[in-house]
Write a protein that binds this ligand. Sequence first.
Ligand code: BGC
Ligand code: BGC
Length: 456
Amino acid sequence: MNAHFPAGFRWGSATAAYQIEGAAAEDGRTPSIWDTFSRTPGKVRNGDTGDTATDHYHRSREDIALMRELGLTDYRFSLSWSRVLPGGRGPVSQKGLDFYRQLADELLDAGIRPVATLYHWDLPQELEDAGGWPERATAERFAEYAGRAAEALGDRVGTWTTLNEPWCAAFLGYGSGEHAPGRTDERAALRAAHHLNLAHGLGVRALRAALPASAEVSLTLNLHALRPHTDTPEDRDAVRRIDAVGNRIFLEPVFHGRLPEDLVADTAALTDWSFVHDGDLAAIAAPIDSLGVNYYSPAVVAAGSSAAPSPWPGAAGHVRFVPLPGPRTAMDWPVDADGLHELLVRLRDELPGVPLLVTENGAAYDDYADPEGAVHDPERVAYLAAHLAAARRALADGVDLRGYFVWSLLDNFEWAHGYGRRFGIVHVDFPTGRRTPKDSFRWYREVIARNGLPPR
Ligand code: BGC
Ligand code: BGC
């Protein structure tokens, strides 16, 4: 098969504000739920916080030099809401905006397209104190923030993403409690999912009002590639349930303006969904220009025994996850590139006409810099090569895939795992912040330069 990608394919790398910036109390930034959560004993491994992270706030020039060396066409980063609008509402912070203005200008000077995500999980703490994502007002605050950010940066940033992975924000943040704000309430998680959808829809409207017509407006989802354990009706039904609460809970409102009927039925014991008001679904379905897909691993799903608990609302007792055999990353996530192909082909069929971007894909391994200052990460190269080959196959199968972003440019604050999991193609020595490109960096540079996979 032709290993080349289409002309104009977007080669990117991705990061997120709380995971890399540091400077948590500088230039007027107020705390987010991740500042609070990471300070709560027992929530983040080793008590790590994002106070310094990779210190990107002070080292962005050095990081852009690395991106330029890599040959990136696009760089996906997120804005810190608490930096742009301290406290989550009210007047914008000029200093906070200046950081992103300068970042965007330097990217443009380097020939790299800035791709800005408005929300990558760092809700201003004040808004959580007022109820957080389970409350409708948070969606309204988000739309104001989206409008302000677009007014300030829309002359330089051409691609905007409202939310990154609302599934994680809702279900890990308010359901399982693994992520900030650490609540464990399935009802609150379902309310949060709806209000994140609403924030997306109102945010799209606010972005369109402030941006030039040429701007691209998008949403990034972590869609779950699901396979039934066996071909029995019971296991297929287990897949249907997880698909409803993992995938269609976002896809159907955003692309079809409706709630999945089976989800409403599955969750009837938890909620009557009366928090969905007239007009919400139409607002959520505001047209977007592309869909971002984050993919790491597939999941195998089987019917559960009625006693088994589950972090998935409406799935308790009905569903269990079956471990996949084969190699795993340092996250203990299985390596299975076919799942990416399955997901992209599904979207080709279900969302015809919607351009797709793989906005995250990558792997954590226990990398270290050897005495010569080299970082050899052959497993990451193999992971990325297999997933890019799967993306290339998807293109050959007619998927309208426009770009691919490696997660992540830099080793960073890996949420509840703190600095203990390294996803970067650039090694970061914590806490000196010294950057060392890994072998995977040089490999990806070659991929970009050839616009395709190097021969093996
Ligand atoms: C985990 C989720 C994960 C899913 C799909 C489940 O076992 O609880 O966090 O997203 O598998 O990979
Ligand atoms: C998130 C990233 C995270 C990565 C690896 C994605 O779910 O968007 O912030 O670091 O997965 O866990």
